[in-house]
Design a protein around this ligand. Structure first.
Ligand code: AMP
Ligand code: MG
Length: 421
């Protein structure tokens, strides 16, 4: 039998180079596309303030009450009608006191002073407070040194927030500090988005469940625990759809279930164009598949599509690529679907503790962490190194163009926390 006239593709020195003649979409273009095409799908409900942490406001919140609601004293001391002029001051003390929550009934007589405690509403006739540490009390009088401006050591009504002010805008994901602000300004219930339900599904014949015995060729499912906890940490409603073997009908059935139970589906594995890449094959069959070849390292093609009206993010199986693609693409897209708008992760320019040469043509994300004011990267860029994901506390983003980073050069560090973790 004569050999067919066929040669393997020439091996290249730089075998990670981008394929020639293929159009790779820059990261920013891909993001702009997502931002443009997606809108909020999460429903709305009303929840008590006490249970609203991490929820997303479904409308602007206006202040029902000023903060502070009335003028009050910022310190423990003595209140009087200011200002006090330069030099020694002696004022007779009027009986009684004003304390937080226990207002002084009545007015302060002109030329007198009254004991006041932090947070007490200023009684009529008091607009200025002298700190108790600066006062001598004797024989029913106080003595202190002037001058003191009118209004010293007091807080004005509404100096923080006025009634009717915009307190927090629609789309805000509520922090603990936000709850303090909302409570102070009179809110008891909030209209928020229902948590976006995100289904997570792992695909691959090689995968076994943590705790199961793993035979030759089998590996433990690393992506599902990572993605489920990542989503929970970001405040989405994670729905565990388990593992599916590389079997088209099994995957079809599981996608159908996921589309019923969730508003978005994240799959990992099987998203390329190979024989066992059933996620992309099924989406293509459904006529709603886009193969995203993004100029990104680490990254494999992403399969984006719709399954029965539900958006599917087909992530690469490789855990490093799966995490980076989730943080860079899925995270802002999920934010839009969930009602929090499009969030750009905050990065910081930090001096590099490493050297790296990078060719132009794609953006790179390195596993990184900041130590002593410099950013370190994981020793290996190998995309199978899950230990590096765990070692890292964020990503270094290197722009699409060529770069030669020397130690001390600023690089963009994005802590995991900037992705909402
Ligand atoms: P795939 O995208 O399905 O071609 O998978 C790419 C690589 O990622 C293969 O080495 C898979 O074994 C591995 N992989 C896929 N899914 C997972 C997973 N859930 N956990 C760990 N590794 C995975
Ligand atoms: Mg696979």
């Amino acid at each position: 039998m004569t050999k067919p006239d066929i040669a393997p593709p020439p091996l290249r020195n730089d075998c990670f180079a981008l394929p020639a003649g293929v159009n790779w979409t820059p990261v920013d273009e891909a993001l702009a596309l997502l931002r443009d095409r997606l809108t909020v799908v999460a429903g709305v409900e009303t929840v008590p303030l006490m249970r609203a942490a991490g929820r997303i406001l479904a409308g602007d919140v206006m202040s029902k009450r000023a903060n502070p609601p009335q003028p009050n004293t910022a310190v423990d001391g003595y209140g009087f009608a200011g200002p006090a002029t330069e030099g020694p001051q002696v004022l007779p003390l009027q009986d009684g006191r004003a304390a937080a929550g226990i207002p002084y009934e009545g007015a302060l007589a002109a030329g007198h002073a009254l004991r006041v405690l932090t947070g007490a509403a200023l009684p009529e006739g008091v607009d200025t407070v002298i700190l108790e540490e600066d006062v001598t009390v004797q024989d029913g009088h106080i003595a202190f040194h002037g001058p003191l401006k009118r209004g010293a050591n007091t807080r004005k009504a509404g100096e923080d927030v006025s009634q009717g002010d915009l307190v927090l805008p629609e789309g805000r994901r509520l922090t603990p500090a936000d709850l303090a602000l909302l409570s102070a300004t009179g809110m008891a219930e909030l209209t928020v988005r229902k948590p976006l339900r995100v289904a997570v599904l792992s695909t691959g014949d090689e995968l076994v469940e943590p705790g199961d015995s793993a035979g030759p060729g089998q590996i433990y499912d690393a992506n599902r625990p990572m993605l489920l906890s990542l989503l929970e940490g970001m405040g989405f409603g994670a729905v565990d759809m388990g593992r599916v073997p590389d079997d088209r009908e099994a995957l079809r059935a599981r996608l159908n279930q996921a589309a019923e139970q969730a508003e978005v589906i994240l799959t990992s594995g099987g998203a390329s164009a190979g024989d066992e890449d059933h996620v992309s094959a099924l989406l293509r069959q459904a006529g709603a598949m886009q193969e995203w070849r993004i100029a990104l390292k680490p990254g494999r093609p992403l399969a984006l599509g719709m399954w029965d009206g539900t958006p599917v993010f087909g992530l690469p199986g490789n855990p490093v690529a799966a995490l980076v693609c989730t943080l860079i693409f899925a995270r802002p897209a999920l934010g839009l679907l969930a009602g929090e708008g499009w969030l750009e992760p905050q990065g910081f320019d930090v001096p590099a503790a490493f050297e790296k040469r990078k060719k132009p043509g794609r953006r790179e994300y390195l596993r990184a962490r900041a130590r002593d004011g410099r950013v370190e990267v994981f020793a290996s860029e190998g995309s199978g190194r899950i230990s590096g994901l765990s070692w890292a506390e964020g990503l270094v983003e290197i722009e699409d163009g060529a770069r030669h980073i020397q130690p001390g050069d600023p690089v963009r560090f994005i802590p995991y926390g900037s992705f909402g973790l």
